[in-house]
Ligand binder design. Structure first.
Ligand SMILES: [Fe+2]
Length: 284
């Protein structure tokens, strides 16, 4: 875990994107996301894991445990996987300058060399690889000279196995505040989109003590993979292989991303503070 620092001038919009699950995820939605990011040079992106619809943890361990014929089998699988990563990189490449980092999810491929598909994606895009936890310090400045640090914490799953209920999903995210004092907390993994503000109170450090309010943002950031594949329903000549969500009878995911508009607000006699416009756009 290595904190990353960036500088931004003026207002900007943070758009985290998670669970692309390429190529099983909706490629047209990934392209729409890229267009949205490109449409505004003040958008910044954090990619939050499950970029590829690859092995989950148990399958990766099983694969590593298979040591026979390691050259032919592994190199074939490696090559096949690298092609998927290269295709995804070519879709994301136009926004690579706007990507702050890529997190590790629970779906990824590990090459014979030990490098993962997420790390290979970062290499192709020329962006930092964060590992499981992303910690960002963003120096936000406004004309007139004042500036403040915005702190972002993000993790693919928050250590949870995913929430079946909205309450479970929200609580898993709120728990992160016990460990980290940040401004924005982001989790993906359960493919749900929820985004809200919470306030905290504090006391000023200097002069006459005054109470100040600080707003924090919490978001579960969505996905690009359909829970139920309509077109895959019981074809006549082959067995229907349902996806994970279909087997577990999950609620269908409301696909897409969330947008967090960040403004640095100055008001006379009060400390400069961050204000946030939150959006859960209709991405269909
Ligand atoms: Fe996922």
């Amino acid at each position: 875990m290595k904190p990353l620092a960036y500088e931004v001038e003026g207002d900007f919009t943070l758009i985290p994107a998670c669970c692309l699950h390429y190529p099983e995820g909706e490629t047209s939605l990934i392209e729409k996301f890229v267009q949205r990011v490109q449409s505004d040079p003040k958008v910044r992106v954090i990619l939050m894991g499950d970029m590829l619809d690859q092995d989950r943890t148990h399958r990766r361990k099983y694969r590593r445990g298979y040591i026979e014929d390691e050259n032919s089998v592994a190199s074939h699988d490696d090559r096949h996987n690298r092609r998927d990563v290269e295709q995804l990189a070519s879709i994301l490449y136009p926004i690579s300058d706007q990507i702050w980092g890529v997190l590790q999810g629970n779906h990824y491929y590990q090459y014979t060399s030990g490098v993962t598909s997420d790390q290979y994606l970062c290499e192709l895009l020329g962006v930092p690889y964060c590992g499981p936890v992303g910690v960002f310090r963003i120096g936000v400045s406004v004309s007139g000279g004042s500036s403040r640090n915005l702190k972002i914490w993000c993790h693919h799953s928050g250590g949870s196995t995913g929430g079946r209920t909205l309450g479970g999903s929200v609580n898993a995210l709120l728990r992160q505040e016990n460990s980290w004092d940040m401004d924005i907390y982001l989790i993906g993994h359960d493919h749900r989109r929820v985004c809200w503000r919470e306030s905290t109170l504090g006391v000023s450090d200097r002069g006459e003590p005054a109470i100040y309010e600080r707003t924090k943002v919490f978001a579960r950031v969505g996905a690009f993979l359909k829970t139920y594949k309509h077109e895959a329903c019981i074809p006549k000549k082959s067995i229907h292989i349902p996806g994970y969500g279909e087997k577990a009878a999950f609620r269908p995911a409301d696909l897409g991303w969330v947008e967090i508009g960040v403004k640095l607000k100055r008001s006379y006699g009060a400390p400069t503070r961050f204000a946030y416009d939150l959006l859960v756009p209709d991405c269909q």
